[in-house]
Design a protein around this ligand. Structure first.
Ligand code: CIR
Length: 256
């Protein structure tokens, strides 16, 4: 790559299946999900990743598993290590074998969270120096301890989350390493400063490059603020996934 343009790397996605509308809903208001619209939204999401230079690999579809499209929850990738999760929601554990296969095909080392540990990838926010891990309905203390052991020397900080599904429902990281999110949903006493997103959907940012982020179209005020700060913001409509408590981060796993 030319100076200053590190290769963008890869991304794992998993196409939505025919039973998507049966996915778990905990926080959103239950409403019908348009499966065909969801498929088109997913394609546009993949197009946005590709446009940013990501090589996108699809995990084999899992048509019987409504929530499989939220591939981020099945595995955590740190460098050349993939840690397979074990969701606090038993109905999501069937997603692991397909995720494991994809991680093997990428040549990653495989480890796994074991009973009685639970962990969803949506609870793991790697900001470089520190890995924040949400403690809540999907990820327990034992799961966090197992992850910390597997990550060796990394600094792992548990963060209690409330009123949302995962840590990354409440906060994510900006390209400069700063946190952005909803302070009421996380225990801010264990965090450095958290930039307040002007709307809850603005808590969800995928870093596509040193000055480029991907966000949901449902966060226009946050997008405008970040653009005013000089970031390039790509927005995608993911309404059908938001109806199932999903957000932009959970539809992919970025792999170096
Ligand atoms: C679930 O409740 O498990 C799915 N309906 C949504 C998962 C969203 N995942 C994420 O934000 N990491």
């Amino acid at each position: 790559a030319a100076a200053g343009t590190a290769p963008a790397g890869r991304a794992l996605v998993r196409p939505p299946g025919p039973r998507l509308a049966e996915g778990i809903v905990t926080h959103a208001a239950r409403r019908p999900v348009d499966v065909e619209l969801a498929a088109r939204q997913h394609e546009a999401y993949v197009t946005a990743l590709r446009a940013a230079g990501r090589r996108v690999r699809a995990v084999a579809p899992a048509d019987d598993l409504p929530d499989a499209v939220f591939v981020e929850d099945a595995l955590v990738v740190c460098g050349d290590l993939a840690v397979l999760g074990r969701s606090g929601a038993p109905s999501r554990r069937g997603e692991i074998p397909g995720a494991e296969q994809a991680a093997r095909e990428l040549g990653l080392r495989i480890e796994r969270i074991k009973e009685p540990g639970t962990l969803d990838g949506g609870d793991v926010l790697d900001v470089g120096g520190t890995v924040y891990v949400g403690r809540g309905a999907r990820t327990n203390e034992e799961g966090i301890c197992q992850l910390a052991r597997l990550l060796g020397g990394r600094r792992v900080v548990p963060v209690d989350v409330r009123g949302c599904l995962h840590l990354k429902s409440a906060m994510t990281v900006l390209p400069d390493g700063g946190l952005i999110g909803v302070p009421e949903m996380v225990d801010t006493s264990v965090l450095p400063c958290l930039r307040v997103a002007p709307e809850p959907e603005g808590a969800h940012v995928v870093v596509l490059g040193p000055d480029h982020v991907l966000m949901a179209a449902s966060a226009p005020r946050t997008a405008a603020r970040l653009a005013a700060d000089g970031l390039r913001v790509t927005s995608v409509d993911i309404s059908e996934f938001e109806a199932l408590d999903g957000c932009v981060t959970c539809l992919s796993v970025l792999v170096p």
